[in-house]
Design a protein around this ligand. Structure first.
Ligand code: ATP
Length: 260
């Protein structure tokens, strides 16, 4: 696993339509370094999922480049992608009679093949992922019996077993109770720090995101990005737009309560 950064150059994202392209955001320039927890916030429909899908190669950019390491994202083979990027979506997975252990094991499929036999190294990596996410007690449980928070943790363990340098998560705290939201964000922070990964997630839980993240990407209506640490953003007058757009009661105190 390599220590990658993501570099975004003059990126336009959106959808190709018959008459003209539907541009969601344009002229995006940014870098996402490893070892940081980065959070993407913005109102409904502003383009967060579109950006996540574009950065994870599920969706093509309209213009511009995404460079991962020293290579264009568009030049990665699907095999290379599966060893570099993992994405956790909010949708419930429709699998029955699959245990948590089996789900986490699927993270090894880019290395062993979907039906490949797990070797000793694979088993050690799966075990480490289960330990790091603190779900040892769930290993034999069927996925469909898990709570939303337990399922979310299991999905995160699967991405850890996949050993990708980059982990994207689309609204990982949606549908969770307050305690589970905190646990998930603490976990994501721990993964970004101890494993030196890029962990990039979208959320509507703005106060919590500000508390746990190293960097905030605020996507404004029209697609412009304001990027900064919670502390930097607290001094940025553009945060007034943030408060208005997100209709939040955010104050500087909550911005400055970053977790150590
Ligand atoms: N396949 C598509 N074709 C055309 N437009 C789309 C498509 N998918 C999404 N959109 C539009 O793109 C815009 C951005 O959607 P997106 O899902 O990225 O927003 P979001 O910020 O993730 O929203 P939310 O917070 O509600 O999940 C919306 O106006 C949406 O209707």
């Amino acid at each position: 696993m390599e220590d990658f950064s993501i570099n975004i150059h003059d990126l336009s994202i959106g959808y190709k339509e018959k008459k003209h392209n539907k541009i969601i955001a344009h002229s995006l320039n940014a870098t996402i370094p490893p070892g940081q927890l980065t959070c993407l916030i913005g109102t409904n429909g502003v383009g967060k999922s579109t950006l996540l899908r574009t950065l994870s190669a599920f969706h093509s950019p309209l213009y511009g480049e995404i460079i991962i390491g020293d290579k264009k994202l568009s030049s990665y083979s699907s095999k290379e992608l599966s060893k570099t990027i993992s994405i956790v979506l909010t949708e419930k997975i429709n699998v029955y009679n699959m245990s948590v252990y089996e789900l986490v094991s699927l993270g090894r499929s880019p290395y062993s093949g979907l039906w490949g036999k797990l070797n000793k190294k694979d088993k050690t990596i799966i075990e480490e992922a289960i330990q790091l996410v603190h779900i040892s007690n769930l290993r034999n449980r069927a996925i469909q019996t898990l709570s939303d928070g337990e399922r979310q943790k299991s999905m995160i363990a699967k991405t850890l077993a996949q050993q990708t340098s980059i982990i994207f998560l689309d609204e990982p705290t949606a549908f969770l109770d307050f305690q589970s939201k905190i646990e998930i964000l603490q976990l994501l922070r721990r993964i970004s720090k101890t494993k030196h990964r890029i962990v990039f997630f979208s959320t509507h839980d703005i106060d919590l995101a500000l508390r746990f993240s190293d960097k905030i990407w605020f996507m404004k209506k029209g697609g412009n990005l304001i990027i900064g640490s919670p502390e930097e953003l607290s001094k940025d007058r553009r945060m007034e737009i943030f408060s208005q757009e997100c209709n939040t009661t955010l104050n500087n105190n909550s911005l400055l309560q970053s977790e150590a």
